[in-house]
Design a protein around this ligand. Structure first.
Ligand code: NIG
Ligand code: FE
Length: 418
């Protein structure tokens, strides 16, 4: 298949984009993309590829932008229950952490997720994953973390493994058993951190290969006041590392506890949120290969004024990505386009920077940059035909879906071409 005559093809070629290199779109005016058997073969000027491959099946993308599918590298897309009442409480003045401390927030989703059957959990989650796909997300990360007991966490992981098989987008799975202190350990986070590092993580390392051939999932920790402090986070992530898991961390969403520095030290794939990160921690991240994942839908969802300091991270030479953080508490947002629009306004990214942060750098945050995130020979043919003449419409426009067609592994979905 040859998609040709696109007003712009954004290849994002050349690997993850560090510091002030962020925003190199690899733009081809009047461009074309050739793919076969689910993989990209070539990109280049339309005239050249049309001449070279005259007999190829063709798709005219005149007046449109062709780009890699979005990669959403931080989501809590799997949950059961409803937290709309909590939204109303927050509008009335209660804070997110106050609600969590009263046993609401994450813990209320835990109660509902524990009760849900595997089928119910999958059905609710499937709807959200399909919405994400319609908005152009072709690869997403998804975290467990609303079970906080072995049985429910395994149910969540099993549901994600099945949804990855059944649904079109690829799902990269993360175990977030350390999302909150479960009710059974209320007031005893140390006890739960011990349980995680001595029992739950080792037993996950033996359970996982009985369910799938995939490599071990990421292990993530919510390092925050009211969740896990820095020593507990270190203990959990070190145990994960010892058992062969790659790691991630939620750091500095509300308080600066040093989680970003810990991620850099441990060689974690990413440190995420990073709203109140200290200058020292930003320097440490900048020198590391740990991707800084900003989640602009979260302060927006909480109506809080502070966003991830993108300029400081880029000045320090860091790798910056963006994600939706879709979850029932702080940010129910399925759209990477909307995350990009927020990143432009509140993190002061330019549209080309937001696009790189949402594709190739986002892929790096979940170890997928060799496979997706750019249109380069050999990579998966995961691409979008956007109903826009210029890439700057991404970021500039919000609230409508700019995706015309989604191509996943070389197959057309949605749009007139499907
Ligand atoms: O990334 N910070 C922790 N986890 C989510 C919120 C989860 C929830 O409230 O259910 C987040 O914002
Ligand atoms: Fe999160």
């Amino acid at each position: 298949m040859l998609i040709h005559s696109a007003s712009q093809v954004l290849t994002l070629a050349g690997g993850p984009q560090r510091g002030d290199r962020l925003g190199d779109l690899g733009l081809i005016q009047d461009g074309a993309v050739l793919f076969r058997d689910g993989r990209i073969l070539e990109t280049g000027p339309s005239q050249e590829l049309l001449r070279k491959y005259p007999d190829e099946e063709k798709q005219d993308a005149a007046g449109k932008v062709v780009m890699p599918g979005f990669v959403d590298p931080h989501t809590h897309v799997i949950w059961a229950g409803d937290r709309s009442a909590e939204f109303e409480k927050r509008l009335g003045g209660k804070t997110y952490l106050e609600i969590l401390e009263e046993g609401g927030g994450i813990i209320s989703t835990v109660r509902a997720t524990r009760k849900a059957s595997l089928k119910d959990l999958k059905d609710q989650t499937r709807d959200r994953i399909r919405n994400m796909f319609k908005y152009g997300t072709t690869t997403l990360e998804a975290k467990s973390g609303y079970g906080l007991d072995q049985e429910t966490e395994q149910k969540m992981l099993q549901a994600l493994l099945e949804l990855d098989q059944e649904e079109v987008p690829d799902i990269v799975i993360t175990y977030l058993g350390a999302h909150a202190v479960p009710p059974e350990y209320a007031g005893n986070p140390t006890g739960y951190a011990d349980l995680l590092s001595q029992e739950l993580i080792p037993s996950l390392a033996s359970w996982w290969p009985t369910r799938t051939d995939k490599p071990l999932p990421y292990v993530d920790v919510f390092c925050e006041r009211g969740a896990f402090d820095l020593p507990q986070s270190r203990q959990i992530l070190e145990a994960a590392r010892e058992h062969g898991f790659p790691t991630k961390i939620h750091a500095d969403e509300f308080e600066n506890l040093g989680g970003a520095n810990l991620a850099a030290e441990l060689g974690s794939a990413s440190a995420d949120h990073l709203v109140v990160t200290s200058k020292e921690d930003i320097q440490a991240l900048g020198k590391s290969d740990t991707v800084a994942v900003a989640l602009p839908c979260t302060p927006f969802g909480l109506a809080e004024p502070e966003y991830t300091p993108a300029k400081e991270i880029l000045d320090a030479g860091g790798l910056l990505a963006i994600a939706t953080d879709i979850n029932p508490g702080t940010a129910w947002c399925e759209s990477m386009q909307f995350a990009a629009a927020l990143a432009c306004r509140y993190m002061k990214l330019t549209p080309n920077q937001a696009i790189a942060a949402a594709t190739i750098n986002a892929a790096a945050a979940i170890g997928m940059d060799g496979i997706v995130g750019s249109l380069e020979p050999g990579k998966r043919a995961d691409l979008l035909i956007m109903d826009i003449p210029d890439y700057r419409h991404i970021g500039y426009r919000f609230g409508t879906n700019l995706v015309r067609s989604v191509v996943k592994k070389g197959q057309f979905y949605l749009g007139e071409e499907a």
